[in-house]
Design a protein around this ligand. Structure first.
Ligand code: RIB
Ligand code: CA
Length: 338
């Protein structure tokens, strides 16, 4: 049971589960700048970096963001999560280090920059926090997952009945009609823990899958981070490695906002068009490990059992404007006042 105030009926609560990670940090920056959600917790998970680093990075990012917001948000508690996939498999993180930097935060927290103090931490495991908030906040709670689904799958294994009242679960992950990004078949978050994804997508809960079909179109020019004040300079440091990898891999001067889009969809669902489909996951050790098999067939023999709302189209301009409008809320996005 999560201690704390009784839920106020009009409040929308959110819990973000993430593996920061550059785009995870950008998602937190966008979300915290808006009063749309009251953030009950941030839970962390293995993925882009180790579980230990994800936990430390999230605490630093929360602390850093709070220090640059006029309307200061409460000190959102951060909780440590799973360090291994459900099947015990370990991921080779060499490519993740090239994308997110050796410690997962690009150059944002490098030595020359004053490190923000670590934000509020706790030893309570992430799956327990997910269960506690689902129990306490119920239909007022939206869960947004930005990394592998290990924590959520563990929470469902411990208390499946508790999640039936949760308002929405928005998952950044998977791909319906396009190749993966970590193998030809698999998107990274699903690849890291396919068994967890299989259990989550077949749970029958109200899930929106925000996969590569839409996130690959959520491309923001690196020019948006030029100039401005100290906050924008810090984000420039954050994306430096991420942008360099994009330039090398895609020959592009833009960055892919996978995680910010998932959180934006939780706040503004009309940014995407979805189809209600069954989503299965290959949890084998074979060549298609981590593939999300999305049943887009028109002539489905029977009403799909446990469908997922799969995002297939995106209002690109609308999302990018939404994202930038939130960053403008930070002190130091524009030139620092004297
Ligand atoms: O495939 C993109 C996803 O993998 C994002 O969540 C990114 O942070 C990485 O975790
Ligand atoms: Ca992520």
């Amino acid at each position: 049971m999560v201690a704390g105030k009784k839920s106020e009926p009009s409040v929308r609560y959110a819990l973000i589960d993430c593996d920061p990670g550059v785009d995870d940090a950008l998602a937190l920056a966008m979300g915290f700048a808006s009063p749309f959600f009251r953030y009950a917790a941030v839970t962390t998970v293995h993925g882009n970096v180790s579980a230990r680093l994800a936990y430390r990075n999230a605490r630093r990012v929360v602390s850093f963001l709070r220090g640059h917001l006029e309307s200061s948000i409460p000190d959102v508690p951060v909780y440590p999560g799973a360090s291994l996939a459900l099947d015990g498999s370990r991921l080779n993180r060499s490519e993740s280090r090239m994308i997110h930097g050796p410690e997962g935060m690009g150059a944002m927290f490098d030595k020359k920059r004053r490190l923000p103090r670590l934000g509020r931490g706790s030893s309570k495991p992430a799956w327990e926090v997910l269960v506690g908030h689902a129990l306490k906040r119920g239909s007022q709670l939206t869960i947004i997952t930005l990394g592998p689904l290990t924590n959520l799958a563990l929470a469902l294994r411990h208390a499946p009945e508790v999640f039936s009242r949760v308002k929405r679960i928005v998952v950044m992950g998977g791909a319906a009609r396009m190749p993966g990004n970590v193998t030809p078949a698999a998107e990274f978050n699903i690849y890291c823990d396919p068994l967890a994804a299989k259990e989550v997508f077949s749970s029958g809960l109200p899930i929106t899958m925000v996969g590569l079909d839409v996130t690959r179109r959520a491309l923001l020019s690196v020019d948006e981070f030029k100039g401005g004040g100290s906050f924008r300079a810090a984000l420039r440091d954050l994306i430096r490695v991420y942008a360099r990898f994009a330039k090398k891999r895609r020959r592009a001067e833009n960055i892919t906002l996978h995680d910010p889009l998932a959180l934006a969809v939780a706040m503004k669902p009309d940014l995407v068009e979805t189809a209600s489909c069954r989503v299965d996951v290959d949890a084998s050790q074979g060549i298609a490990r981590g593939m999300t098999v999305v049943d887009l067939r028109e002539n489905k023999e029977s009403r799909v059992k446990n469908p997922v709302d799969v995002a297939l189209d995106l209002d690109v301009k609308g999302f990018l404007a939404f994202f930038i409008s939130h960053l403008r809320e930070y002190r130091g996005w524009d030139v620092d006042e004297e």
